[in-house]
Design a protein around this ligand. Structure first.
Ligand SMILES: [Zn+2]
Length: 203
């Protein structure tokens, strides 16, 4: 009888621990999904042209490639990227990236996540969710707010679109034709910092 009671108490404790574990991980997910993202209207986006759809299964990080400072108008810069990309030079259907992060850490919505992004290099961006940090990190350092937003955005995309964080890579990992996202940002991928911080957030 005593033994049965003991087993019963053990079973209750086990059930409780699973319940507490689940509800705390749900809380973590809710907090991550609460991320503030500025909509396309924040940068006065033009309507896209007809898209090629896809399901994003991996996360790929870029830099935009032109130097940008905290004092520069990031929204105007994003609009200029769209205008150039949809113009005669590239003839893309929209801005190439799914998300863009300004030097001050503001996250902007780019093209629809369920559409294939664009690249000027040889790799096929089908299945890649493209995040870019505004700036040129061959020449400038990453702003701390920008790096912190990048980590939170990767965690957000991983939960929201069910993409395993192990798929995280950068443009240069997929293409031999580029140093994107620049050595000063790539450094944080090479030493495992970004992935470790994302995993910490998801725990
Ligand atoms: Zn790139």
């Amino acid at each position: 009888m005593r033994f049965q009671k003991f087993i019963l108490i053990l079973a209750i404790l086990f059930g409780l621990s699973i319940y507490v574990g689940c509800s705390s991980s749900k809380k973590v997910q809710k907090k991550i999904l609460n991320l503030s993202i500025a909509s396309r209207s924040a940068w006065n986006a033009d309507n896209p042209r007809l898209y090629k759809t896809h399901v994003p299964v991996r996360i790929t990080v870029h830099h935009e490639g032109t130097q940008l400072l905290l004092t520069d108008d990031a929204a105007k810069k994003i609009k200029r990227i769209q205008t150039w990309g949809m113009g005669k030079d590239r003839n893309w259907t929209d801005i190439p990236y799914h998300f863009l992060i300004a030097p001050d850490g503001t996250i902007y919505e780019g093209r629809n996540v369920h559409t294939v992004g664009e690249t000027a290099t040889e790799y096929d961006p089908s299945g890649h969710l493209l995040i870019t940090c505004l700036g040129n990190f061959e020449k400038q350092e990453v702003f701390p707010e920008q790096l912190s937003s990048l980590i939170r955005l990767i965690a957000y995309c991983s939960i929201k679109y069910s993409i395993p964080v192990e798929t995280l890579s950068t443009h240069r990992d997929n293409s031999a034709q580029t140093t994107c996202p620049g050595k000063n940002l790539y450094h944080y991928f090479e030493n495992g910092y970004v992935l470790a911080e994302v995993i910490k957030l998801l725990k």
